[in-house]
Write a protein that binds this ligand. Structure first.
Ligand code: ADP
Ligand code: MG
Length: 598
């Protein structure tokens, strides 16, 4: 398997070149012409020297060959410019294709697979790793072809002059190649560690910057900074050690590989003194060996770049081939909006011993209000996410209107289910556009109506640019509850027939709570509603309350039934009321009255 990968990494890369193949090929062709023209001036010099040695040189003859040399040089420069221009266009096309593909993969993979990677790691891949592929792609492919060709032409020319010259030019090669092989072997062994510590440093830096508010608030600058600095020092120490381990062999290879002159100069002089070649041929041989030096040195750098490119492509490939949630292409015919969970088992790792849901049976009839309550960690959010198919169940089934969610295309499922959580992500665009995300086809009037229904109008109007305020700027001023209402407005606009609220009102202040309750009422009217709540007073009117504990349904029924039959629910209710007693909210009395009624 690994072998197959090794062989085809370049093929994989070219696979992403899509329409840029022709550009790359053109660039290679131009580069070959450029390099060939680069050798011609040496031949012109040879002709001049030859006629000079033979004493038959004339002005016209010298000028002719000088002009030819100049022309060849001009073509070389022109072709080189065109070649790099084309190769850069192709390289940027490939980078864009890779980034699009990566984003597409992250979208279609199960959410769990995506969340296994830290933001730092993902940024490292999509931004840095892909970016680092630009110089090798833009330069290595076209120029590499030319620089391979040049030594080949030179050595063939040397053979034509005298086979001993050709052999002499290769005298340092065996040792140089051994040194290069050793370098690759030693540094290759540590490449995985390099990647790991690079990813670790990236994640730590991103975490530090993202968490800067918490770090400041808790005065943990010292500890966090130490972790940050530690990751950087660790990376630095490793890289220095890594480079040091290959320093001697690498430098030896760098020096020996292009040292063609060591063999050629004495051999040329010796052959010339024996009369086997003439002075002009000897100088041509020396010039050819000089011309090879540049190409060989560049090839050496390229071989190092090539290795990095290969590693990057292979690493990227694990993301680009991330498993997809299998998904049908045809839209499913959904006749009702009943949601049904049958014997649902689920494990985040896929391992039975890590199972967090152990056979959940739950019916949410269309238009009904179901609440899920229970101790933290019991699996409530997991149930909610499984209905939205963020993951696939390990055993059992979830269906909507009798159709298994696996048989509903993800885009259709997204239209069917609205999922509201505490995380209310606002994109970097205006508030109006943030709400319009719920339904891209909605008119401004419809967006504003949704905002009004979600109780957003008051605070949005107070912002300097109103609905056009950029979310980033507004985000700094908006409270959690206000952001929550924007998210709810988005969902109202989306108008999905099934609504899931996961602790959507858990941490809002009493003043906001009232407004949020109103906005939620607007969102959930007539919908199949699943509410996960820890404020039991907010779900007491539910048609069915499900008590989930340790991944199993402990009890279910109306509030009245549960208070009667479930000791756990009773104690949760009492704890809730007790907590409420301490607060000064007007809802207190209601809660207490309720428990007395019960
Ligand atoms: P609740 O919402 O009831 O508090 P969750 O559904 O969030 O519970 O969690 C149920 C169990 O699954 C917990 O043991 C939790 O640690 C685990 N869990 C939740 N999310 C993940 C995840 N992304 N990966 C692995 N385990 C998880
Ligand atoms: Mg939860």
């Amino acid at each position: 398997m690994k072998d197959k990968k090794e062989k085809s990494w370049f093929g994989i890369l070219l696979g992403y070149a899509e329409g840029s193949g022709a550009k790359l090929a053109g660039s290679v062709a131009l580069s070959v012409i450029s390099i060939t023209c680069g050798i011609l001036p040496f031949y012109c010099m040879y002709k001049i020297i030859d006629s000079f040695v033979d004493n038959r040189i004339t002005n016209a003859y010298a000028v002719k060959w000088c002009l030819l040399a100049l022309l060849a040089f001009a073509v070389k420069v022109l072709c080189f410019g065109l070649s790099t221009g084309l190769s850069h266009l192709a390289a940027f096309d490939i980078l864009a294709a890779l980034r699009r593909r990566a984003a597409d993969r992250f979208l279609h993979a199960p959410l769990g697979t995506v969340q296994e990677h830290s933001i730092g790691e993902i940024k490292n891949i999509i931004v840095d790793k892909i970016d680092s592929m630009e110089p090798p792609l833009a330069h290595m492919v076209p120029e590499g072809a030319g620089h391979i060709l040049l030594p080949v032409i030179s050595i063939i020319s040397l053979f034509i002059i005298d086979w001993r010259l050709a052999l002499a030019s290769l005298v340092t090669f065996p040792v140089a190649i051994i040194c290069m092989g050793l370098t690759f072997k030693i540094s290759g062994e540590n490449f995985d560690i390099y990647n790991q510590s690079n990813a670790e440093m990236n994640s730590t830096i991103v975490e530090y910057i993202e968490g800067i508010e918490v770090i400041k608030a808790f005065g943990r600058t010292g500890v966090s900074y130490e972790k940050y600095a530690g990751a950087i020092t660790k990376y630095k120490t490793f890289v220095i050690k890594w480079l040091r381990s290959t320093w001697v062999t690498m430098k030896l290879a760098f020096v020996l590989f292009p040292s063609t002159m060591i063999g050629i100069l004495p051999t040329a002089l010796w052959l010339c003194s024996r009369g086997d070649i003439n002075a002009a041929q000897a100088s041509l041989a020396v010039m050819l060996s000089v011309s090879m030096v540049g190409s060989l040195a560049i090839l050496e750098v390229f071989s190092e770049n090539m290795r990095q490119l290969k590693n990057n492509v292979l690493e990227l490939q694990t993301y680009l081939e991330m498993e997809e949630l299998p998904e049908p292409t045809a839209r499913a015919e959904i006749k009702s909006f009943d949601v049904s969970l049958k014997n649902v088992h689920f494990s985040y790792t896929g391992d039975k011993k890590d199972e967090v849901l152990h056979g959940i049976d739950l019916e949410l009839p269309q238009g009904s209000f179901t609440a899920v309550v229970g101790p933290s960690g019991g699996g409530k959010s997991t149930v909610a996410k499984l209905i939205s198919r963020f993951w696939d169940v390990t055993e059992g089934s979830i269906s909507i209107g009798g159709v298994n969610v696996k048989d509903i295309p993800l885009s259709q499922l997204a239209d069917l289910v609205s999922f509201v959580t505490q995380d209310n992500f606002l994109f970097r665009t205006s508030l109006l556009e943030n709400i319009r995300l719920g339904n891209p086809l909605a008119t401004d009037e419809e967006v504003i109506a949704a905002a009004r229904a979600a109780q957003c109008e008051d605070f949005i109007k107070k912002l300097p640019q109103g609905y056009d305020t950029p979310a980033g700027e507004a985000g700094k001023r908006l409270s959690g509850g206000e952001k929550q209402r924007i998210a709810i407005a988005r969902m109202i606009l989306k108008n999905a027939p099934i609504v899931i609220l996961d602790e959507a009102t858990a941490f809002t202040d009493p003043e906001n709570e009232d407004k949020i309750q109103q906005s939620i009422a607007a969102l959930t009217k007539g919908k199949t509603l699943l509410v996960i709540a820890h404020r039991l007073s907010t779900i007491k009117s539910a048609d069915n309350i499900v008590l989930l504990k340790n991944g199993e349904i402990n009890a279910s029924g109306t509030q009245h039934e549960l208070l009667e039959k479930s000791p756990l629910y009773r104690s949760m209710w009492q704890a809730h009321i007790g907590a409420k007693n301490w607060s000064v909210s007007s809802a207190d009395k209601e809660g207490i009255l309720n428990v007395q009624n019960a």
